[in-house]
Design a protein around this ligand. Structure first.
Ligand code: ATP
Ligand code: MG
Length: 442
């Protein structure tokens, strides 16, 4: 880009130099011609006056002025006198432009090019009192030969100007490109840089994109680190217990216990891997075109029935109330959503606590509420529980088999359904999560 700008600047400068030189030459040559004619006019007038004064005398005594040719032409066009040539050889002059004009109008001039001599001749003619014509002529070099003699100077001048332009173009290009280069070196927007106003929207987009890229890279990194860590714990247990059995260091009783531990950890691994797969599926695929009208009431009722046993085991009473409601989603997603919310409400509950699930229309929306009388979530954690692997109380969640992915999946599903989520929770009192679905269009 720099090179291109540089070349173009130098190109513009070259054209400007050449055009300027040509037009200045033309203007000056024109001025020069006018000046020559003006000089001839003055000379001719002075001479005609003198001749008028000395006209009485027989001999015409014209001064011999250097470079100046003076001709006296009779009324009929014959040459009476010529300072440069013998009059015998000269033909009738009445058809000459300047003479003609002088006879007609009193004064006249002409410029004639002589090809062979590479010269221009300037003529100025004045009509005298007696009707004859006085003509003054001067020869100058033609424009070409003037130009030729000036060529070396012009060339040197042009070369100097060209050099100057190249240097200026070089610095100008650097100055022009610098803000763009600064921008390229400052993609993260850490430095405050001075750039063109036209570039600012572009710059802001780049900064934003850069930030997003960095953020998602960081998230991916965190996620990978978390996954590795989560996989390591159960695998270490499995490996440890199985090694003990392998080495014959376990009694028969131990073996049963160890097998149970291995089974438990393997199950945990499976759940974890399923959750991760589910999350990455929700991340990459837009399932909204597989959406259909699903009956949330029915799904919630089935889910609550299914979890009844689980609730009994936790000594929690699980109840449901609802009215027929339809939302745009997939059945699987709604099952996952309900399962995760109810599972949490049961798991993070107290003995003799309650969980109440409800589905109802409120104005234009369908609202699913899962409310428990459990341990609650401290304010400072409420924002973060939807992050992957985030658990408020690591030991409690882990001891109940939690991976910290449930609510991350919920968040994804809610986003895909264009729904909104509200969380209200108070420590030791309980938690209420509301999912607000938009009304089905049409
Ligand atoms: P998973 O659901 O993947 O088995 P998990 O339940 O630990 O594991 P999430 O469902 O994402 O993970 O929940 C994140 C954390 O939020 C939980 O560990 C828990 O600390 C807190 N939490 C979630 N729901 C409730 C609730 N109803 N009451 C109190 N705390 C909750
Ligand atoms: Mg959960």
């Amino acid at each position: 880009m720099k090179k291109k700008i540089n070349i173009q600047l130098v190109g513009i400068a070259s054209i400007a130099i050449i055009l300027t030189l040509l037009s200045v030459s033309a203007i000056f040559y024109d001025l020069f011609q006018k000046q020559v004619i003006e000089d001839l006019k003055t000379t001719a007038r002075i001479l005609s006056n003198e001749m008028f004064v000395g006209a009485e005398e027989e001999n015409i005594n014209l001064p011999n002025i250097e470079n100046l040719r003076i001709t006296l032409i009779n009324r009929d066009g014959t040459v009476e006198y010529d300072s440069n040539a013998s009059i015998g050889t000269m033909d009738n002059h009445s058809d000459r432009e300047e003479v003609h004009e002088a006879i007609d109008a009193g004064e006249g001039y002409a410029i004639r090019r002589s090809d062979t001599l590479d010269k221009n001749a300037f003529y100025y003619a004045v009509r005298l009192e007696d009707g004859s014509v006085l003509r003054v002529a001067k020869e100058t070099n033609s424009i070409l030969s003037i130009f030729n003699s000036a060529v070396p100077v012009i060339c040197i001048l042009a070369a100097l100007l060209f050099l100057l332009c190249m240097v200026l173009a070089h610095f100008l290009t650097i100055k022009l490109v610098k803000p763009i280069e600064d921008l390229a070196n400052n993609l993260d927007g850490t430095k405050e840089i001075d750039t063109y106003n036209e570039l600012k929207p572009f710059m802001n987009t780049i900064y934003k994109q850069h930030e997003d890229i960095m953020k998602s890279a960081r998230m991916r990194q965190d996620f990978t680190a978390n996954v590795s860590h989560e996989l390591k714990t159960p695998l270490t247990s499995i490996s440890g217990y199985s090694e003990l059995i392998e080495n014959g260091m376990a009694t028969e009783e131990d073996t049963t216990r160890f097998a149970h531990e291995i089974h438990k950890n393997a199950t945990r691994l499976l759940t974890l891997i399923n959750d991760i797969i589910r999350l990455s599926e929700l991340d990459v695929t837009d399932v909204s075109n597989a959406f259909e009208k699903v009956n949330l009431y029915q799904i919630a009722e089935t889910c609550v029935d299914m979890l009844q046993l689980n609730a009994e085991n936790h000594k929690v009473s699980l109840t449901f109330w609802g009215e027929p409601c339809e939302v745009m989603a997939t059945k699987e997603m709604m099952e996952e959503l309900l399962y995760n919310l109810c599972d949490n409400a049961i798991r993070y509950n107290n003995e003799n606590g309650t969980v109440h699930v409800s589905v109802k229309h409120i104005e234009d929306t369908v609202v699913l509420t899962v409310k428990d009388t459990g341990i609650g979530i401290p304010k400072e954690h409420q924002e973060r529980i939807f992050e992957r692997f985030y658990r408020v109380d690591k030991s409690r969640s882990k001891s109940t088999g939690g991976t910290g992915l449930g609510l991350a999946i919920v968040k994804h599903i809610v986003a895909q359904c264009n729904a909104k989520m509200e969380l209200r929770s108070e420590v030791l009192k309980g938690t209420e999560i509301k999912i607000i679905f938009p009304r089905i269009q049409g």
